[in-house]
Design a protein around this ligand. Structure first.
Ligand SMILES: *Cc1c(COP(=O)(O)O)cnc(C)c1O
Length: 484
């Protein structure tokens, strides 16, 4: 007999997980108080199951998948740090959760105050003067930022439509450029893995609307030439956009606006306490320098000059418009606020310092067994290459599958595209030395296996609920309908 999987299969008629007091009114009294057109004709098909079976069902599901509460999760570029439960709790306060999004702002001064303060904190962290919390993903933050860039040029009557992007960029960068109808010019990273000012100078022209850079870049390296690059771009009439999805290395240390960036998005769901990669909603706040504030998405949270009351201003003729219903993903906003409040400025800086320390510690341990294409001091993450193992018939994807056998999540694979057989590793600040050492041991063992018993690696995983899935088939032929 096969194990039941769905809660519906575990259902037995009449079995319940609750006890209710006897009805005071009769069932027909209750029914007659609901207009006929709103009454259901047939009973809802709900699972009937006892409380302990419900618990076992969901706890069982929760451990089938890997998550940060279960084990190490060094998924590069995703900043899978431990997110304190306090922040989750704050996001579920009933005054937040039960406040109707259509209720007037006057009934929610605390909510507006929280959003206002978070905007101020993000301005402080980044150095920008204007902020919008509306975008609901990093990619949507990029979209908003690029629309702002386009609006800036359009207002000047210029027809610039090209955006310069490094070859190490995250895939969302060129996609966002295309989504606003612009085209990209790709520039190559130099032998140190960063962009040199000469590379930008060579392609800067009157067609260029701006440059989109990630700092630290996706190799985990600090783009040391940003100031010089910004000078070239500004002199040429363009704007500097920073992809600030990964701020975990620089909080309290480097403020993007201070080096000449004009626009930036944050991924609040990476650095600021909502796990990324969970498939849930994100928050891609956008910051801008003072003269670009007029283009921010509608509505803009402002403070009345006299009464000092906060309100949403819809009367902003230069705005790029509304990007999302209501005011962004509010639960993420609360978590980010709680995270910043509970850490304080010093705490954020310490988090970044430890994130960098942990990444460098791990890099030094792993570089004996794996190729390290850019052997230099890294920021919050680093990128290894599985080239040496590939020659032995073990691909990076095999190594990643083998890691799962040890109860750890795999690193990001095959990204950035400029490193063959890439493994992008981001340990984050929240892991102990013991966990990092254990991961290094596991990676060391896998490197030995690749040399001596490669089939152990190429046939992994063996300890997970499912083994090797046909991922491309699953992605192309999506079928989420379960037939028992
Ligand atoms: C995660 C990430 C993004 C995109 O963020 P989403 O919220 O997934 O849209 C963009 N750029 C970089 C560098 C990232 O790491």
């Amino acid at each position: 007999m096969s194990e039941p999987i769905l809660i519906y299969e575990k259902s037995r008629p009449g079995r319940v997980g609750y006890t209710l007091p006897d009805l005071v009114a009769t069932e027909s009294d209750i029914l007659s108080s609901i207009p006929a057109k709103f009454r259901r004709q047939t009973d809802a098909q709900l699972p009937e199951i006892s409380e302990n079976e419900v618990m076992r069902h969901f706890v069982g599901l929760s451990v089938k998948n890997h998550h940060i509460d279960r084990g190490f999760y060094p998924l590069g570029s995703c900043t899978m740090k431990y997110n304190p439960k306090l922040n989750d709790k704050a996001a579920t306060f009933s005054d937040f959760q039960e406040h109707h999004p259509l209720a007037p702002c006057s009934s929610a001064p605390g909510i507006l105050q929280l959003m206002w303060e978070l905007q101020q904190y993000l301005c402080e962290v980044s150095g920008f003067s204007g902020m919008s919390l509306q975008p609901v993903a990093g990619a949507q933050g990029e979209f908003a930022g690029l629309l702002i860039m386009r609006a800036y040029h359009m207002e000047r009557g210029s027809h610039r439509t090209k955006v310069i992007i490094p070859d190490s960029a995250h895939g969302t960068n060129p996609a966002s450029v295309a989504s606003i109808g612009f085209t990209t010019i790709e520039v190559k990273s130099n032998e140190q893995g960063i962009i040199s000012p000469e590379a930008i100078k060579a392609v800067m022209s009157d067609d260029v609307a701006g440059v989109m850079m990630t700092n630290p870049n996706t190799l985990g390296l600090f783009e040391r030439n940003v100031k010089e690059i910004a000078d070239i771009v500004h002199a040429g009439g363009g704007l500097m956009y920073m992809d600030g999805a990964n701020l975990n290395a620089i909080m309290g240390i480097f403020r993007p606006a201070d080096t000449g960036f004009d626009i930036m998005h944050f991924n609040l769901h990476k650095t600021f306490s909502t796990p990324h990669g969970g498939g849930g909603p994100g928050a891609g706040a956008v910051g801008v320098r003072a003269d670009l504030e007029k283009y921010l998405p509608l509505p803009v949270l402002e403070r009345e000059p006299h009464q000092r009351k906060l309100f949403f201003n819809y009367d902003r003729p230069h705005s790029i418009g509304r990007l999302h219903s209501f005011f962004g993903n509010f639960a993420n906003i609360v978590r980010a606020y709680a995270y910043i409040k509970s850490n304080g400025g010093d705490g954020l800086r310490l988090a970044s310092e430890n994130a960098v320390l942990n990444a460098n510690y791990l890099k030094e341990q792993l570089k004996k067994d794996y190729d390290l294409p850019f052997d230099t001091h890294c920021m919050h993450e680093f990128v290894l290459s599985g080239n040496r193992q590939k020659k032995l018939g073990v691909k990076t994807s095999d190594i990643s599958k083998r890691i799962l056998d040890f109860g750890m999540h795999a690193p990001t694979n095959y990204f950035p595209l400029i490193v063959p057989e890439a493994m992008m590793i981001e340990p984050t600040e929240s892991e102990s030395k013991e966990t990092l050492d254990r991961f290094a041991e596991v990676m060391h063992q896998i490197a030995r296996e690749a040399e001596t018993t490669p089939e152990v690696v190429t046939s992994a995983p063996t300890t997970t609920p499912v083994r090797r899935l046909d991922e491309s088939y699953a992605a192309r032929t999506l079928d989420v309908n379960y037939q028992g």
